[in-house]
Design a protein around this ligand. Structure first.
Ligand SMILES: Nc1ncnc2c1ncn2[C@@H]1O[C@H](COP(=O)(O)OP(=O)(O)OP(=O)(O)O)[C@@H](O)[C@H]1O
Ligand SMILES: [Mg+2]
Length: 603
């Protein structure tokens, strides 16, 4: 009945899809519904019994005490039944609803885990978080309050009509007039409130963004003395929110109760007046009139609730559209966890053949890249910022797909291997070492199991991370805080190195893994790597050329292409990019050591 009027186009589908989530819990919903049915029937019978008391006992003044007591007891029982079942239906509806939201949220997070990394480039993290938390929360509203209210409201309205029809069919026909009137007021309410409520939502998201942005960049805000500017911007958003909220209160206070009541009361008065004149010809029992007015009185409550809930429903439908948009984002086909591994040759050479890759169509991040990184050898990739070094890493980890050419591991095209196998095979230390919440130990061994906790410590010792970890107040149980906030960048890199060592892969992929580590520790890392290097492939991206001096092969990248390749000695003796980089760094190092001699700080 409300559909064409209150559901915007395209939301019908979302609603249908949402309803599909109730299917696994349909028995629970059916039970909740039957509780509701009992509660509403009891509620509807009460004015009816009152009518009988008035017409049979009070008006004829017979005072049949026995009859009166039985009827009164029945009213009491009905009230108890109504309350009891009202409670039961509320609990069971809400319980089933929470199960549904729980399912949606789990499904959504599982889906997010399987999304290709490129999907995260397109959607800001904050928005993704909001999808999984806020939007599923408004779905909770839909299932926990809106749907039960709509069902209950519709049942009550139907019940009231049936009861009025049983009282007197002419009353029922006249009461039908109320329906279009009330629907019109609901419609006006929606028209007035939609822009205001949309405005509130926009303002709230502005406020959220503003807060998270300032919190993340707090040191910048304070360092540049921008507190005043940020305060002003925040005040602006907050005032906007206040203005919308005030308008919304005005509209709700007017439309939801006084106005609906007024319109309804006029209509009811007209009906009673008409009925009064009609009863001059026929006898209308006073009890009937009482029951009628009582029913009409009950009529407004579901309408008022429906007006409010339909609004929430719209918000929930918009939210669910966003949730479904995320759920419809295609996942990586290869990203299945239980696919059988492909058997590979013992030699796990990595080969790029004429590989082209672009993050955005038309701009090649890698262009005709070919190289072989032999098993057991140390291959280094150097080059200016943005030259495509991390993109090689991204392809090998299968975070992104290449567009042309072939990427082979052990002779097999990478796309024929399941992602889980690739990631088992290759251990990555990424350019931006990330820390999860939890202890250092948990961060080294992400799946933390008792027997591997020892392995975590051995790994930390191997990369010389143990010396800083043991200095921490709780050692390996130290909690480095959100994103590893209490660790320096170099310390985070050491933890990331220990993590990959504990993981025990066959191929090591290091993207600037030692860029922020002092030279002494770097030596320890190198020793650790050369210890484990036997029979293993290492591909290391490095800015500092001293790190790659002993590489078996150095690839020099520029603008997505490999422009030079060879060993350090070969490359230094040629004119070209490598030699320039080398000379520039050497000069810088000499300069630094000179300054250090003079006791000057270097930038
Ligand atoms: N997720 C992305 N979306 C769009 N473009 C990207 C993305 N990642 C990298 N690029 C672009 O691709 C090019 C190569 O980037 P890449 O990260 O491979 O450089 P890099 O050699 O690792 O640089 P750096 O030394 O600074 O780490 C750059 O021009 C960069 O702007
Ligand atoms: Mg990089």
């Amino acid at each position: 009945m409300f559909k064409p009027m209150f559901i915007r186009s395209g939301q019908g589908n979302a609603l249908k899809r949402l309803m599909a989530y109730t299917r696994p819990h349909k028995l629970r919903f059916a039970v909740a519904f039957s509780f509701l049915l009992v509660a509403v029937s009891a509620e509807m019978a009460i004015p009816w019994l009152a009518k009988i008391i008035i017409d049979d006992v009070i008006v004829p003044q017979t005072f049949d005490w026995h009859h009166l007591l039985t009827l009164s007891a029945a009213v009491l029982v009905l009230y108890l039944v109504q309350c009891g079942f009202q409670y039961l239906q509320a609990v069971s509806f809400r319980h089933s609803a929470l199960l549904v939201v729980n399912d949606v949220r789990k499904q959504l997070f599982n889906h997010v885990l399987k999304l290709p990394i490129s999907a995260f480039d397109r959607t800001a993290t904050g928005r993704m978080v909001s999808y999984v938390t806020n939007d599923t929360e408004s779905l909770r509203d839909l299932f926990v309050s809106t749907l039960p209210t709509i069902i209950q409201g519709s049942l009550r309205i139907t019940g009231i009509f049936v009861a009025i029809a049983l009282l007197d069919w002419r009353l029922m026909v006249l009461s039908l007039v109320l329906i279009p009137i009330l629907l019109m007021t609901m419609h006006w309410y929606r028209k007035l409130s939609t822009p205001v409520l949309d405005g509130i939502r926009v303002q709230v998201s502005h406020i959220n963004n503003r807060i998270s942005e300032s919190l993340q960049g707090m040191s910048l805000v304070q360092a540049f003395g921008q507190e005043k500017a940020f305060r002003e911007k925040f005040k602006h958003d907050n005032d906007g929110w206040f203005a919308f909220r005030t308008r919304s209160i005005a509209i709700d206070s007017l439309m939801l109760l006084p106005f609906t009541r007024l319109v309804g009361a006029f209509a009811a008065l007209a009906i009673v007046a008409w009925f009064g004149t009609a009863s001059l010809q026929t006898v209308v029992e006073i009890g009937t009139l009482y029951a009628f007015l009582n029913y009409i009185e009950r009529f407004f409550e579901p309408f008022r609730q429906l007006s409010m809930e339909l609004r929430k429903m719209q918000v929930a439908l918009v939210s669910s559209a966003r949730v479904f948009e995320l759920l419809d984002e295609p996942t990586d086909e290869a990203h299945k966890e239980d696919v059988a591994s492909v058997s590979l040759a013992d030699n796990k050479d990595i080969e790029f053949r004429h590989v082209r890759m672009a993050y955005e169509e038309g701009i090649n991040a890698l262009d005709d890249v070919s190289f072989v990184a032999k098993s057991g050898q140390f291959t280094a990739i150097v080059g200016h910022s943005g030259s495509g070094k991390s993109s090689v890493v991204n392809l090998l980890m299968r975070f992104y797909q290449h567009h042309e050419g072939e990427v082979l591991i052990g002779g097999k095209p990478i796309q024929t291997l399941p992602d889980s196998q690739v990631r088992q095979l290759i251990g990555l230390v990424s350019q931006d070492p990330y820390m999860f919440s939890g202890s250092i130990k948990e961060n080294i061994d992400l799946s933390l199991s008792a027997q591997s906790s020892n392995a975590a410590m051995l790994a930390a010792q191997a990369v010389n991370a143990s010396s800083f970890i043991e200095r921490l107040p709780q050692g390996y149980d130290h909690q480095p805080g959100h994103g590893g906030a209490s660790l320096s960048v170099g310390e985070k890199q050491l933890v990331a190195l220990a993590r990959v060592l504990a993981h025990g892969p066959e191929i090591y992929l290091l993207d600037e893994a030692t860029a922020n580590i002092d030279s002494e520790t770097e030596e320890a890392v190198k020793r650790a790597l050369s210890n484990i290097q036997q029979g293993r492939t290492v591909i290391a991206v490095a800015h500092r050329l001293s790190t790659v001096r002993n590489a078996d092969q150095i690839l020099v990248m520029s603008k997505g292409k490999i422009v030079q390749r060879g060993t350090h000695d070969e490359l230094v003796s040629q004119t070209g990019e490598y030699r320039e980089l080398y000379l520039a760094q050497k000069e810088k190092e000499e300069h630094e050591s000179e300054n250090a001699h003079l006791g000057l700080a270097t930038a």
